[in-house]
Design a binder for this molecule. Structure first.
Ligand SMILES: Cc1ncc(C[n+]2csc(CCOP(=O)(O)OP(=O)(O)O)c2C)c(N)n1
Length: 379
């Protein structure tokens, strides 16, 4: 940074500000006034959903390693993002990216859908309509203009009380879609909450090569709304900030913007995907330092010390999560998928090129039989 901002009209920070934080790394409350107003049951549910997210994630990686599933983007270490879903009403919309699947679990979506998706089985992308959740994309940032468009459509339909929360990574902020989506949201005053999960790498590209600005959050000012920089390893800070952003999206007070850009400063403890070797671009010392900030442990200490959680409750959460994930794996593996299904549900009518490919596939099946297609996931 040049440090010459005084010459210009709009100051931008040279360094990131202090991130909003409720719990420190040892689970101590450092901002009483920001503690979420949740019941004991709601606090435990947040913890349970974060544990479910980690279990689902670990099982997904294990299945891939055994050749029983395709690649996936792990959110190991990023589980505090789950709190954003807890801050939504059921009627609000969630537009996650591939790494924020913990939000989907928190909304009650069966982990079976995630396993199906990672196994490349088409029904994994058919999230039942009652969850108001869009299936996550693989291209980065494409969901951002979709989320803004949905929010604008809701306004046109006269839905007064619905917020649209969209997740993406720091790498996505280099895509045109990010700028188009946020610019349109500010210009058309849509009820939008944008959440950037800044895990500090876009695959192997560090944040310092992603942008010249000190934070992603400060980019909000250019679109005419507010940005907030948050400790993304602190689930309670994530909850409090998101709840406020959702409230503003629905009914901003005088002087508040309807839209918010939330930057969660966090870290993925695993690889970018199961095909990635993060030791090539990160040091063991760096990873170890972030392991100390584990969001699940942080919340667990707080809940135990405030009498909201004990060994017995944790055991029952773990047993329930284990049964749910086990059943989901069985259901996902049992689902037989016809190869032709890859051509369904994209276009109302197949394009000539896709028609040609579908015909070729049918001819190959005819010629070689189904065993030729039963390659499993041997990579
Ligand atoms: C449009 C597009 N360009 C490139 C890629 C290849 N790609 C996959 S993940 C990734 C980096 C994403 O980083 P970030 O947005 O920070 O999200 P993260 O994976 O760290 O959660 C890239 C460039 C892609 N999926 N889509």
């Amino acid at each position: 940074m040049s440090g010459k901002h005084e010459l210009f009209q709009y100051p931008a920070p040279d360094d990131p500000p202090d991130a909003v934080r409720v719990l420190d790394e040892n689970g101590n409350v450092v901002a009483d006034e920001l503690l979420p107003n949740l019941t004991d049951e709601e606090f435990r549910k947040l913890y349970a959903d974060m544990r479910l997210t980690r279990r689902t994630d670990r099982r997904g990686v294990s299945l891939q390693r055994q050749g029983r599933s395709g690649t996936l983007a792990s959110c190991y270490g990023q589980e505090a993002h789950v709190a954003t879903a807890h801050a939504l009403a059921e009627t609000d919309w969630l537009i996650p990216c591939y790494r924020e699947f913990g939000t989907m679990l928190a909304r009650g979506i069966d982990p079976k859908y995630l396993f199906l998706h990672w196994m490349g089985k088409e029904p994994g992308d058919h999230i039942p309509a009652e969850y108001n959740t869009v299936a996550p994309p693989t291209p980065i940032a494409t969901q951002i203009p979709h989320a803004t468009g949905m929010a604008m459509a809701a306004q046109l339909l006269g839905w007064e009380d619905t917020a649209f929360l969209c997740h993406f990574g720091d790498g996505a902020t280099s895509e045109g879609d990010f700028h188009e989506g946020l610019n349109f949201a500010g210009a058309f005053d849509t009820p939008s909450v944008f959440v950037c999960n800044n895990n500090q790498y876009a695959i192997s590209v560090p944040f310092s090569r992603q942008t010249g600005s000190a934070t992603v959050a400060q980019k909000a000012i250019a679109y005419g709304f507010d940005g907030v920089y948050v400790d993304g390893m602190d689930p309670l800070a994530v909850y409090t900030v998101t709840e406020e952003a959702v409230r503003r999206a629905k009914s901003p007070r005088e002087g508040e913007s309807r839209q918010t850009l939330i930057e969660l400063l966090l870290y993925r403890l695993g690889g970018h995907s199961t095909s990635d070797d993060p030791t090539k671009y990160r040091s063991a010392a760096e990873v170890e330092q972030w392991e100390q900030k584990d969001p699940i442990r942080r919340l667990e200490v707080f809940l135990r010390e405030t009498g909201r959680l004990d060994d017995e409750a944790i055991e029952s959460i773990e047993n329930a999560n284990e049964a749910l994930v086990d059943d989901a794996v069985v259901a996902a593996e049992a689902l037989h998928q016809e190869p032709e299904s890859m051509f369904e549900h994209v276009f109302h009518e197949l394009t000539p090129e896709l028609r040609r490919q579908a015909d070729e596939l049918a001819a190959l099946r005819e010629q070689y039989g189904d065993e030729a297609f039963d390659v499993g996931w041997r990579f």
